[in-house]
Design a protein around this ligand. Structure first.
Ligand code: 0L1
Ligand code: MG
Length: 256
């Protein structure tokens, strides 16, 4: 049996991102399942590497009930981050570069020594050198921000840009820190790191396990976005966005 056209689907999704143009969902029409969708994601990454981008990390998606409910997909997923997606803390993004961007407050980990394949994950403090508040900018390439599970996996889990705030040593507890998403100084979303799989440290175990299934090993020096603590909020031109995480400080961006 001939499978879905992985390269062709990756080309359509890559072109949609490059031109900030929404496209219809692809999975139902092409028979794309989740495994093939991760192959599309790998092809999309290769497309970026071929034009000089560098793989700098991994992100977890749909790690909270609020996010799952927002998009109607209830499985934890993961995607790839490249250097070009990283926006400096306090930097500016142009809304016109995206289709219908949304922002969400996250916790980032700076990875250190990761277990070898087959080795137990071991201590979180050995695997993570530092933690930081972060903002993820997601931008589904599908019309109306609507998709099935294989569609969103193929679309690199809507990854578009991210900001990492100042790194801090790993604090005593990470499992119940207050999180705010502020837009223009007003609280748009409030939550807790407990919303991220009960404890954001679990997101790392899940990332190692789920990415490992597709032959991807997390690397020392990578940024790991553990997932959002609240639902995402549309990003409007002119907005000043700040994600604040108790004990960790804040990360911010401005939208032009
Ligand atoms: O980072 C995320 O949780 C996003 C995963 C994909 C679903 C979405 O676009 O909201
Ligand atoms: Mg996210």
């Amino acid at each position: 049996m001939i499978g879905p056209d992985v390269a062709g689907i990756a080309e359509k999704l890559g072109a949609a991102a490059d031109t900030a143009t929404a496209i219809p969902q692809l999975a139902a029409e092409t028979g794309l399942d989740v495994d093939a969708a991760y192959a599309v994601q790998a092809a999309l990454l290769q497309r970026r590497l071929d034009r000089g981008e560098r793989l700098v990390g991994l992100k977890m998606g749909l790690t909270s009930k609020a996010k799952m409910a927002q998009v109607g997909v209830d499985e934890v997923i993961w995607g790839r981050l490249t250097d070009v997606m990283r926006v400096p803390d306090g930097g500016t993004v142009d809304v016109a570069d995206f289709i219908h961007p949304r922002v969400e407050p996250e916790v980032a980990f700076l990875l250190d020594r990761l277990p070898e394949p087959g080795e137990p994950v071991g201590s979180f403090t050995r695997a993570v050198r530092a933690v930081a508040p972060a903002i993820e900018l997601i931008d589904s390439r599908y019309a109306n921000f609507t998709f099935s599970l294989p569609d969103v996996v193929a679309d690199n889990t809507s990854a578009a840009a991210f900001v990492v705030g100042p790194w801090s040593p790993v604090p005593e507890g990470l499992d119940n820190l207050g999180v705010l998403l502020e837009i223009d100084g007003r609280v748009a979303q409030a939550g807790s790191t407990a919303a991220i799989l009960g404890d954001p440290r679990r997101a790392l175990d899940e990332g190692i396990r789920l990415a490992g299934r597709h032959g991807v090993r997390l690397r020392k020096g990578w940024v790991f976005l553990a997932g959002a603590a609240t639902a995402a909020v549309p990003l409007r031109p002119g907005a000043h966005v700040r994600a604040v995480v108790e004990k960790l400080g804040s990360a911010s961006l401005r939208a032009a």
